[in-house]
Design a protein. Structure first.
Length: 242
């Protein structure tokens, strides 16, 4: 009888132990289940327009001669004069770089067979102009010195970070407004909490670059830089549960 009671008590204690041990995790799992809420997703765009503070210009010299050596020699002489004229306008040496240097064979295709006409030597310089007031002076100086090619004038902002940050803030503000509109339209009258905000990239619109004819350059055509437009995009998610 005593042995039977001992076995019975052992079984009861074991059952209680299993119940207590098994019950705790079950309660913990219930607590970890996230609360359900309503989520709203929206995209936002922000745009900022800024004035450029830097310009890029390509100037060059093209010379055609019967002999390759003569074409290169005359080209070098003209380019040396152009380079000296550019430096005289105040451009720093680090803002003057050779962008193209080549020698090409020139043929005449007017007849039934191609005929060798000579050789064309081309040399171009890429200029960075940090004072926009000097653009006209640089163009005038290069033309007077013998430049035959003026092209690819375009403008930029040397540091666009501040403008992009402003556009980014406007994009977030717009996306947040759209979320509130969605919530109101859905009849949700609860506080919304931000869950995710993702940057969607930047788009930059530059004023159109110009390839100036030599007649325009020599005539001193007015130059209007225009503005640079910076666009930021974001995606946001808000929820009724924090």
């Amino acid at each position: 009888m005593k042995k039977f009671l001992i076995i019975a008590m052992a079984l009861v204690m074991g059952f209680l132990a299993v119940t207590m041990i098994g019950g705790v995790p079950a309660q913990a799992e219930t607590d970890e289940v996230p609360k359900k809420g309503i989520s709203f997703l929206a995209n936002g765009t922000g745009k900022v327009s800024i004035d450029p503070d830097i310009a890029y210009l390509t100037v060059g010299v093209t010379v055609e001669r019967d002999k390759a050596a003569d074409a290169m020699a005359d080209n070098n002489e003209l380019m040396a004069a152009v380079l000296e004229a550019i430096k005289a306008t105040g451009l720093a040496e680090e803002d003057i770089k050779t962008s193209r240097l080549n020698l090409e064979v020139v043929y005449d295709y007017s007849g039934s067979n191609r005929v060798l006409k000579g050789y064309a030597a081309r040399n171009s310089l890429a200029l960075t102009i940090r004072d926009l007031e000097k653009i006209a002076d640089v163009i005038d100086a290069t033309v007077e010195a013998g430049a035959t090619d003026i092209s690819s004038l375009y403008f930029d902002k040397e540091n666009r970070d501040e403008a992009y940050d402003q556009a980014l803030a406007l994009a977030v503000e717009r996306a947040t407004t759209k979320v509130n509109v969605l919530a109101k339209a859905a009849g949700v009258d609860a506080e919304l909490f931000p869950r995710t905000i993702s940057e969607g990239g930047v788009q930059i619109y530059y004023p159109a670059a110009r390839d100036m004819a030599m007649e325009e350059a020599a005539a001193g055509v007015p130059i209007v830089p225009g503005q640079i437009e910076i666009t930021a995009n974001v995606s946001v998610e808000f929820s009724t549960v924090e």
